[in-house]
Design a protein around this ligand. Structure first.
Ligand code: PLP
Length: 488
C-alpha cells in the first residue's frame, strides 16, 4: 500500500482528527447558544465570484494536510443554521446526536438498495415508516421507505397514484391517451407541478384550486375545478393536499378533501414535507385531521425533525401500493422480479444506491423518543405566534395571515399611503440589506403575487428577544424615519 493510501485510512489519524473536529464543533455550538448579543453573524456574505476565487486559490494549494484550518474556513463560509437569528429557509437545525449518527453512517456507508447490503438500515426504514403509519391512524398495514428529499418523495407518490388510478400500465407501455391531472391548491409547492411535468403530463397535469383568505385550499371550489377539467376532457386522478403550504404555512383541510376524494374515487396524496411533523404532537395533530384517509403521505425529517439533509419518508396506506411505482427488472440485484420483497428497497425507491439516511432518524427517535420531535415542533409553532403578535402590534408591519398555523410567518414593512410598487421596492431592499449585513437571515416570497419577507422559525433557541430585534433591525437598515417621509 502506498503511504498516501495508508494515511487516508489510518485509524489513529482519524481518531485524532475526529476528536479535534468534535471539540471544535462543540465549541461552535456553545457559542451559538450563549446569548445572541455576543454572537457573530449568521452569514458572512460574500459574492459568488468572491467565494469562488477564495476557494479556487485554496484548492490550488492541494495537497494541504491542515484539516483544522479547512474546518475553520468552512465554518466561516457556511451559513450558521444554529444561530438564534437564523430564520430563513426551512431546513434542519440539526441535533448533534443525528449528526453523530450521520458520521457513523457515512463511514460505514453500506448502500441501501438491497437487503444484503443495507441490512439494519433497511430494517430501520420499515420501522420508521410503520411507526409513522401508526401515528397517522393507518394501523399496521403501512408500507413505506425513505428517499432523498420531498421533491423526489412527491414524484414517487404521484407516479404511484397514476399507475394505480389509470387503466393503462404506464410503467410498461408509456403514457399516452387522455390527459390526466391532479388537483392541488394554487399555493402547493413547485415540486408538485414539476413532478407532473416529469411524468409527461405537462402544465395541464396540475389543476390549481384557489385558496381561501387563510391560504388553505378553498373546498367550496373543488367541485367546480373538477368539473371544469372533466368538461375540457381532462381526467382528474387525484388531489394533492399541502400540509402545510410552503409560502404561508397554511394547512389544507384534509378531512374535507378526503371526503371529496372518496366521493369521486380519487387518490389523496398529502405533501407533508414541511408540516406533517405535527403528527408527533398531541397538541398540534389536529392540523392533520383526516390524514388517516390519505392514500400517500410524504414527510421530511430534514426540516423540523432535526435530522441532516436529506431524509424523506414516503408512506402508503394500502398494502401493495408502494410496489406499484417502479417495477424494474434487475437480475443482478434480486432473483425474483415479481414479488413484494420489502427488504429490497430499490424495488420501490427511485434511487438504487442511497445514503444510510435512516441511521440519523433512528438515532434521534431511539435516544429521545418522539417527545423530542413534538417539543421541537411545538416550540417553533409557539414562536411563530409570538412573532405574529409582535408584528400585529408594531403598527408598521403587515401580514397576509394574521395567525400563523405553523412556524412560517410572512410580513412586510408598510406605511399608510405607500403604493404597492413602493412597498415591494422597500421590502426587496430590506431583504437584500439584511442578507449583506449578516446579523439576521430571513428570506422573501410572493403571496398571491405580492412580495413579502418570510421567516421560518427553525431554531428552538430563538426567543422573543431576537424576534423583536429583527423588526428593529429592519427599521434600522432602511432608515425607517426617513422613509416615513414617503419620497417616491
Ligand atoms: C410543502 C413542500 N413540499 C415539498 C418540498 C420539497 O422538499 P425538498 O426540499 O426536501 O425536496 C418542500 C420544500 O420546502 C415543501 O415545503
Amino acid at each position: 500500500m502506498t503511504d498516501i493510501l495508508a494515511q487516508a485510512y489510518d485509524p489513529e489519524h482519524f481518531r485524532w482528527q475526529g476528536h479535534q473536529l468534535v471539540d471544535h464543533l462543540a465549541d461552535y455550538l456553545a457559542g451559538m447558544y450563549s446569548g445572541s448579543d455576543s454572537l457573530e453573524k449568521v452569514l458572512h456574505y460574500a459574492s459568488p465570484e468572491e467565494l469562488y476565487q477564495r476557494w479556487k486559490d485554496d484548492l490550488a494549494q492541494a495537497p494541504n494536510p491542515d484539516l483544522p484550518a479547512y474546518f475553520e474556513a468552512i465554518l466561516h463560509d457556511t451559513i450558521h443554521m444554529h444561530h438564534p437569528k437564523y430564520m430563513g429557509h426551512q431546513t434542519s437545525n440539526v441535533a448533534p446526536t443525528a449528526a453523530l449518527a450521520g458520521l457513523a453512517g457515512e463511514l460505514l456507508d453500506p448502500g441501501m438498495g438491497v437487503y444484503e447490503q443495507g441490512t439494519a438500515g433497511v430494517v430501520f426504514e420499515r420501522l420508521i415508516t410503520e411507526a409513522l403509519g401508526r401515528e397517522m391512524g393507518w394501523g399496521e398495514a403501512t408500507e413505506g421507505f425513505l428517499t432523498s428529499g420531498g421533491t423526489l418523495g412527491n414524484l414517487t407518490a404521484m407516479l404511484c397514484a397514476r399507475q394505480v388510478m389509470i387503466e393503462r400500465d404506464v410503467w410498461e407501455n408509456g403514457f399516452e391517451g387522455r390527459q390526466c391531472a391532479f388537483l392541488a391548491s394554487s399555493e402547493a409547492h413547485y415540486s408538485i407541478g414539476r413532478a407532473a411535468k416529469v411524468m409527461g403530463m405537462g402544465s395541464r397535469g396540475v389543476v390549481p384550486v384557489p385558496v381561501n383568505e387563510r391560504f388553505q385550499m378553498d373546498i367550496s371550489r373543488l367541485e367546480e375545478c373538477y368539473q371544469r377539467a372533466e368538461n375540457q376532457g381532462v381526467k382528474i386522478i387525484g388531489v394533492v393536499a399541502s400540509s402545510c403550504a410552503t409560502a404561508t404555512g397554511s394547512y389544507d383541510p384534509l378531512d374535507e378533501i378526503a371526503g371529496f376524494c372518496e366521493a369521486k374515487k380519487l387518490w389523496l396524496h398529502v405533501d407533508g414535507a414541511h408540516g406533517a411533523c405535527v403528527i408527533f404532537s398531541k397538541k398540534l395533530k389536529y392540523l392533520l385531521k383526516g390524514i388517516e384517509r390519505a392514500d400517500s403521505v410524504i414527510l421530511d425529517f430534514h426540516k423540523m425533525l432535526m435530522v441532516p439533509k436529506l431524509v424523506t419518508a414516503v408512506a402508503f396506506r394500502r398494502p401493495g401500493h408502494s410496489y406499484q411505482t417502479f417495477a424494474q427488472k434487475a437480475s443482478y440485484l434480486w432473483d425474483k422480479d415479481e414479488g413484494h420483497e420489502w427488504y429490497n428497497l430499490a424495488k420501490r425507491t427511485f434511487e438504487l444506491t442511497k445514503s444510510f439516511m435512516s441511521v440519523r432518524v433512528y438515532a434521534l427517535w431511539r435516544t429521545y423518543g418522539t417527545q423530542l420531535f413534538a417539543e421541537n415542533v411545538e416550540t417553533l409553532y409557539d414562536l411563530a405566534r409570538t412573532f405574529a403578535r409582535l408584528i400585529a402590534s408594531s403598527g408598521d408591519f403587515e401580514m397576509p395571515v394574521a395567525v400563523p398555523e405553523s412556524n412560517i410567518v410572512c410580513f412586510r414593512f408598510f406605511q399608510i399611503g405607500w403604493s404597492e410598487k413602493k412597498t415591494e421596492r422597500v421590502n426587496a431592499e430590506i431583504r437584500e440589506k439584511l442578507v449583506m449585513d449578516g446579523e439576521y437571515f430571513i428570506v422573501q416570497t410572493r403571496v398571491q403575487g405580492k412580495l413579502y419577507l418570510r421567516t421560518t422559525l427553525m431554531n428552538p433557541f430563538t426567543t422573543e428577544r431576537e424576534l423583536a430585534g429583527l423588526l428593529e433591525k429592519i427599521r434600522n437598515v432602511i432608515g425607517y424615519s426617513e422613509l416615513g417621509m414617503g419620497n417616491e
